[in-house]
Design a protein around this ligand. Structure first.
Ligand SMILES: [Mg+2]
Length: 491
């Protein structure tokens, strides 16, 4: 209801004829770069003269002046937090900026107020997170205050506009499924998808269309009991375990991959029955003492889906970092076993996409934002192979153009396609398996994405109940989510 008073515009905040525009100021209040400089230039020198009398402003607080030569009658100056990883009270300070500004507006009887995206410029606050904080705070204020008639959110670029538009369009799912449920949905959803796909790995689409998978089966390709998960989940759980014990430490992940390959850990029944060629070669190079930059294969033929299938825990762990940091970490962790840029970029794309799914963004909007953030890192040679992912057109492709093979691009395309064209976790995972070929991995990646979109409760209980070593799997997943929650308390 209160959302109707929030308006989204692209453009120049200094031109708005509202009661007050908000300035993203620094603590001196004497002007700076970005929107701060633009407001001071448009208001004229009288503004800085009045600001000199105010004695600065603390982060999270706000002060008011006249607007001078601006069309707006007043300027409310607020100081946003500098992003420092998310563990230094940034969220509370940012919320306080919006709340303090609205309280000042109310105290001065102002009815219309325009905000820039505070802290989203050189202060480095992740845009999707910042926009979510802004909307939550403004909506809560408006729900209790009928006097403010209109709040204009002024977006200086497309990324901010998309972030707000997505949150405004779909506030309900974000509120009804918590971030924790989505993170557990992502990890467990991946393991469950893997287990469902294992019995029919390498079956063709034709074979599966005659006998489609509709739930948990056993035996088949590797003659394993129902609910048995494979290398996909083993490496995902090893990654999760490494992150929850050691934080970001890629060589520690690799050491854990080795203990798995030796059958000492991360298996459902104490033995390894499936391992990709590129992954095995990389782990053996590590075991033989090769330097880290020689572990992962770099040849174009090394672009299997073996790093994409285990990247989800890292995507969750890095979700609050800047896009450039997310890309760097994902490329490095992919490179442990898959060091060709194509595999690395697919992992980076997935890690840029997942935080937006956790915020409840509609998938196609999240895809275009992830592409925009990845674009500066995509070399010319990779634009062709990744084209349908980067321009989002894969979601509208006919099924005959979607492959479930072990090639990393096919795997990512198929997962996006299933997630976009099916209405639930359950249907998306079954669709992924019934594409045929590398069924367990396509379902594991699809399961991670749709588990994040729909949350843990969307995974059928019968599928979870069938999972081999269910308590162990849930324990590893919960430990990682606990650590992420501890380090970055949200909602
Ligand atoms: Mg497998």
């Amino acid at each position: 209801m209160s959302e109707r008073r929030i308006e989204l515009v692209r453009g120049d905040i200094t031109r708005l004829a509202v009661d007050a525009i908000v300035n993203a100021a620094n603590t001196s209040l004497l002007g700076g770069g970005g929107v701060d400089g633009a407001i001071h230039r448009a208001a004229g020198p009288e503004l800085v003269a009045e600001c000199r009398t105010l004695g600065g402003c603390r982060t999270g607080q706000a002060k008011i002046t006249r607007g001078y030569r601006l069309p707006a009658r007043h300027v409310i100056h607020t100081v946003g937090p500098v992003w420092n990883g998310g563990r230094h009270g940034e969220e509370g300070l940012l919320a306080s900026c919006y709340r303090s500004s609205l309280e000042l507006a109310r105290a001065h009887g102002l009815r219309t107020i325009a905000f820039p995206a505070i802290s989203c410029g050189i202060y480095g606050y992740p845009i999707a997170e910042a926009c979510a904080v802004a909307l939550r705070t403004i909506s809560a204020f408006l729900a209790e205050d009928p006097a403010i008639e209109r709040v204009v959110l002024v977006c200086f670029d497309a990324a901010v506009h998309d972030a707000y538009a997505a949150s405004l369009a779909e506030p309900a799912p974000a509120a009804s499924v918590t971030a924790r449920e989505r993170m557990l949905g992502c990890l467990l959803g991946s393991v469950v998808g893997d287990a469902l796909g294992v019995p029919v790995e390498f079956r063709s689409r034709e074979q599966l269309s005659a006998d489609p998978v509709t739930g948990v089966r056993g035996h088949g390709t590797y003659d394993q009991p129902p609910g048995t998960w494979s290398d996909d989940s083993s490496l995902l759980l090893a990654t999760a375990d490494s992150l929850s014990h050691n934080g970001y430490d890629p060589p520690d992940m690799m050491a854990r991959f080795l203990t798995w390959l030796q059958g000492q850990a991360y298996t459902p029944h104490g033995k390894v029955f499936d391992v990709g060629i590129a992954t095995r070669s990389a782990i053996l190079r590590h075991a033989q003492g090769a330097p880290a930059d020689a572990w992962g294969g770099r040849d174009e033929r090394d672009n299997g889906n073996g790093s994409l299938m285990r990247i989800a825990p890292l995507s969750l762990f890095t979700r609050a970092l800047s896009p450039a940091e997310i890309v760097r970490c994902s490329m490095e962790v992919s490179g442990l076993t898959h060091a060709h840029p194509r595999s690395q970029l697919c992992c980076a794309y997935f890690s840029l996409l997942l935080p937006l799914a956790l915020l409840g963004w509609p998938l196609e909007r999240a895809m275009s934002q992830a592409s925009r953030h990845l674009a500066p890192f995509v070399p010319e040679a990779e634009r062709g192979p990744l084209a349908r992912i980067l321009d989002g057109s894969v979601v509208a492709a006919p099924v005959r153009e979607i492959r479930g093979s072990g090639y990393v691009v096919h795997c990512l395309e198929a997962s996006l396609w299933c997630a976009a064209n099916q209405p639930s976790y359950e249907r998306a995972v079954l669709a992924a398996i019934n594409l045929g070929e590398d069924t367990d991995t396509t379902a594991a990646v699809t399961g991670a994405l749709t588990g994040a979109m729909y949350g843990q409760r969307a995974i059928p209980e019968a599928w979870l109940r069938a999972l081999a070593s269910r308590e162990y799997v849930e324990g590893v997943c919960e430990r990682l989510v606990d650590r992420i929650d501890e380090e970055m308390p949200r909602r």
